[in-house]
Design a protein around this ligand. Structure first.
Ligand code: PAF
Length: 282
């Protein structure tokens, strides 16, 4: 595997190829990232991953400075998974001047849920993803890019950006990888102490219970069920931002009878100082 730090080196390495399979990450890789690499690899003629902790998507009170940076271990895991090129730019390379041109996704999708609780988050994500796409795919006839479904809303935001800018990139959404107790794998799980780690699986259980309750009736009172689910987590010491049942296609609240509607239950809650997110398609 070649490790490159500049856009010029990356383009040079990719120049013999026609269809990169790309997995953008912020590093501190876990089995979820590795599964994405393995899934994307057969869909392209060269496999690329990036590691870049993107300041633009962190609010000033968030964990940009403490976000774990584990480049050597990550590179070993990527190489073992069959990645051919790792792009690990320094901040100065990707943002040599203040990034004043930014992608503002439509508010109907990006101001709700994660976007509501993390204002500006999807502007930061969309901007860096478009920039990484431009580094990887410039001059390529087509490509594939893989994102994990754990960040369900992010996948939708990126898909819509690709569609609206007519980028020749297929977006692959990989299934969430989970620990044995159901906790969705995430780089932020490393922030949990041992008591919190035991408790953390309650988030996926709460989503499952909310999904089961919603599906138990064709016309449930969703706001009441969602409020109960949040209260139950709060009683265990969590600080929930949202637990909610939404349509998979646009993350809006479902209208009318639920039968036949593809839905997803999404949740975000703080346990101690760690904010966890998860979702389940139901
Ligand atoms: O999901 C992530 O790790 C990040 O949001 C991404 C897509 C790499 C952009 O920084």
């Amino acid at each position: 595997m070649h490790i490159v730090h500049t856009i010029a080196e990356l383009r040079e390495r990719l120049s013999p190829f026609k269809r990169p399979a790309f997995v953008p990450t912020m590093g501190n890789l876990h089995d979820g990232h590795i599964a994405l690499v393995k899934q994307a690899k057969p869909m392209g003629d060269v496999t690329v991953s990036s590691i870049f902790v993107n300041r633009l998507q962190f609010a000033p009170n968030e964990d940009f400075d403490s976000y774990p940076r584990t480049l050597d271990a990550d590179a070993q895991r990527l190489e073992a998974a069959g990645c051919n090129v790792l792009f690990a730019p320094r901040e100065q390379e990707l943002y040599p001047e203040p990034q004043t041109y930014r992608v503002h996704p439509a508010s109907d999708l990006s101001d709700i849920l994660e976007g509501h609780f993390r204002p500006g988050f999807f502007i930061g994500v969309s901007t860096v993803v478009l920039k990484l796409f431009s580094c990887v795919y410039a001059g390529m006839p087509s490509g594939v890019a893989a994102f994990g479904k754990k960040d369900y809303q992010q996948v939708l935001v990126v898909r819509r950006m690709v569609q609206q800018f007519a980028l020749p990139i297929d977006i692959l959404a990989g299934e969430t990888q989970r620990a044995q107790d159901g906790l969705a794998l995430s780089s932020r799980n490393g922030y949990l102490n041992s008591a919190e780690r035991l408790e953390a699986a309650q988030l996926s259980q709460a989503l499952q219970a909310l999904g089961d309750a919603a599906r138990a009736s064709n016309t449930p009172d969703l706001p009441a069920l969602e409020a109960q689910a949040m209260q139950a987590l709060a009683r265990r010491g969590w600080k929930p931002d949202y637990l909610t049942v939404r349509r998979r296609a646009d993350l809006l609240a479902p209208q009318g009878p639920l039968a036949g509607q593809p839905l997803v239950v999404l949740g975000a809650a703080k346990l101690g100082n760690t904010r966890l997110i998860d979702n389940l398609e139901i």
